[in-house]
Design a protein around this ligand. Structure first.
Ligand code: DGT
Ligand code: CA
Ligand code: CA
Ligand code: ZN
Length: 579
């Protein structure tokens, strides 16, 4: 399947074009890249079956892009991209990973200082060559150094959201093979850790040699680290490694338990086995030399006297004790989610119309959607002011009416993502906010405030009685930016008092709140909502990552308000306003 490869090429294309100063086109390429990334059908097959005409059916594909796809499928490259790379001979993808560096700055850095890669960038920043450049300054230089430091720390790890489509694809391929009887992903991927060192997969195969051959010969494999009778290990073109382990049927559960980890959880479970006079290993649970369990994980946990523990909780931070006491939570699941209240449309910086977003939600089987475009504010192109909000409301109510008349059980709620200004006031006046179904607040500027000021700023905003949801509350970007300096305990205390719902943002680079914060919030009885913050309809599928994080934070259905049916959800918002 060439979809991911092409998506990557188009992202690259967009970046190079943007740096080259071409307007509009980058946007179109990015849009198509995102579409390809989540497209279920194989682009290559679409082309083979229907020719270039069939490509036009893919959302956002016009003549130029269709020709690009055709060229890539036929020749493995796109000439215009190669030409751009020659003209701008630096590592765009690499440099863009540095928080605060955009295409414009990257171009200047190349033209003025010849910076081509991270190494050059680090050298120039350390020797203070960047600060004197026009449009840069001391602060930018410091930010670049910080950004580089972050990258170094996260080096070699991948975002869960960046590798998941590959994992699913490989699992599918393995499942389709006759000789393979059982397949599961293990390791940090199964635990839904936000970043992944490598991917671990377990299979039971009747013909291990055949399976190994198939695995190491997959077209994406770039290097083979190991190809043995029970374990293969390869590097994919995209840069990450995949370990495949072939185990015996009677050991599948114990091997899965072992290779799911975490290492800390394994040490703890093994200790419990020992206390019971048993031995737990990847091969099974043994009493002396006698095998007593190992086929399934359930069986393994049962043999050592524990109930089944969900993979996301296996971190040795309280789950064993909870299991012993019979107090394990019943974790929220993706299928419990009934809607998504953080979405953007063309009315602010989204790529799709209101109707398209709504249709996607309906297709997903959701019962409602909340539209929450940005307030007008610096940094956000095209935001809404009070008047535009009212106009948007008319359109939404028209659609709601249509649904009602047609007997379609679906409801659009009208919200807004309002910026918290540096002084803690909101970017839209209360008289407009009062009219909305709900109000989301969030920070997109002044993120480097000092702890005391930042805390006061957020507290003031949370205390506005019109506010319902605090989105991406800590502001972190994984591998790029730390959370805001703030007194998080104090913020939790105010959120609880004011009845504010905290968001679990599903965007793979945010996952904010994270699992740890979610447990803190839950412990204080604070309700949460899992949102996708979609700027494109396809991004509504990111919900699974938010759910994964919620599960890492021990969240149950009752902790998450978008598991509620529509009427109860509305009541929830109303009650809050009355309090
Ligand atoms: P990663 O790949 O860094 O994101 O994290 P994991 O957890 O996937 O770690 P990995 O791939 O090195 O190993 C997979 C699992 O195998 C790990 O979660 C637990 C188990 N494991 C690996 N090495 C050890 C070990 O030395 N002791 C124990 N008890 N378990 C281990
Ligand atoms: Ca791993
Ligand atoms: Ca591994
Ligand atoms: Zn948003």
């Amino acid at each position: 399947m060439k979809n991911q490869e092409l998506a990557k090429i188009f992202f690259e294309m967009a970046n190079y074009l943007e740096i080259d100063g071409v307007s509009f086109k980058p946007f179109a390429y990015r849009k198509v890249a995102l579409t390809l990334d989540s497209l279920k059908d194989d682009v290559g097959e679409i082309y083979i079956n229907g020719g270039i005409k069939a490509l036009y059916e893919i959302s956002g594909v016009g003549e130029g892009i269709a020709k690009g796809i055709e060229e890539y499928l036929k020749t493995g490259k796109i000439k215009s991209l190669e030409a751009l790379k020659k003209k701008l001979p630096f590592k765009v993808e690499e440099l863009l990973k540095v928080e605060g560096l955009g295409p414009k700055k990257i171009k200047v850095l190349y033209q003025k200082l010849g910076i081509k890669n991270l190494k050059d960038l680090s050298k120039m920043a350390k020797s203070h060559k960047i600060a004197p450049l026009f449009g840069f300054g001391e602060k930018t230089e410091k930010n670049i150094l910080q950004g580089l430091e972050f990258l170094k720390q996260s080096k070699g790890r991948f975002l869960l959201g960046d590798i998941m489509s590959t994992v699913k694809e490989i699992i599918k391929r393995l499942e389709n093979r006759k000789e393979i009887k059982q397949v599961s992903v293990a390791g940090s991927v199964r635990r839904q850790k936000e970043t992944i060192g490598d991917i671990d997969i377990l299979v039971v195969s009747d013909k291990p040699k055949k399976t190994a051959d198939f695995f190491v010969k997959m077209p994406e494999v770039e290097k083979i680290w190991a190809n043995g009778g029970t374990k293969c290990s390869v590097r994919f073109k995209e840069g990450f490694d995949i370990d495949l382990r072939m185990v015996k049927k009677e050991s599948f559960g114990s091997a899965l338990q072992y290779f799911t980890g975490s290492k800390e959880h394994n040490i703890a479970t093994r200790k419990i086995a020992i206390e019971k006079g048993l031995k737990l290993s990847e091969y099974g649970v043994f009493k002396g030399k006698k095998y007593i369990a190992g086929k399934t994980e359930q069986e393994v946990y049962k043999a050592i006297g524990l109930p089944y523990i969900e993979p996301e909780m296996r971190q040795d931070d309280g789950e064993i004790q909870a299991a012993i006491e019979g107090k394990l939570p019943i974790l929220v699941e993706l299928k419990d989610i009934k809607g998504n209240l953080h979405t953007h449309t063309l009315d602010s910086d989204g790529d799709n119309s209101l109707e398209d977003m709504v249709q996607k939600a309906i297709d997903m089987g959701h019962e409602y959607i909340g539209i929450s475009d940005h307030s007008k504010f610096i940094g956000i192109t095209n935001g809404l002011d009070g008047k535009k909000l009212l106009k948007q409301n008319e359109e939404i109510q028209k659609l709601n009416l249509k649904f009602k008349e047609q007997g379609i059980k679906f409801r659009i709620l009208h919200g807004c993502e309002v910026d918290i200004l540096p002084d803690g006031s909101l970017a839209i006046e209360d008289e407009f906010l009062e009219k909305l179904d709900y109000v989301i607040i969030s920070i997109h500027s002044g993120m480097k405030m000092k702890r005391k000021e930042m805390t006061e700023r957020i507290v003031k905003a949370l205390e506005n009685p019109n506010v319902d949801i605090f989105a991406h509350p800590t502001g972190r970007l994984i591998g790029q930016r730390d959370e805001y300096q703030m007194d998080f305990d104090k913020i939790l205390e105010v959120a609880k008092r004011a009845g504010i719902i905290l968001e679990i943002n599903s965007s793979p680079r945010r996952l904010d709140l994270n699992g740890f914060n979610i447990r803190q919030a839950k412990a204080r009885g604070i309700k949460m909502i899992i949102n996708t913050d979609s700027h494109q309809k396809e991004q509504m599928d990111l919900m699974e990552y938010g759910v994964g994080q919620a599960r890492r934070g021990w969240a149950e259905k009752s902790d998450i308000i978008n598991t509620l049916p529509i009427q109860e959800l509305i009541e929830n918002f109303k009650l809050k306003i009355k309090n």
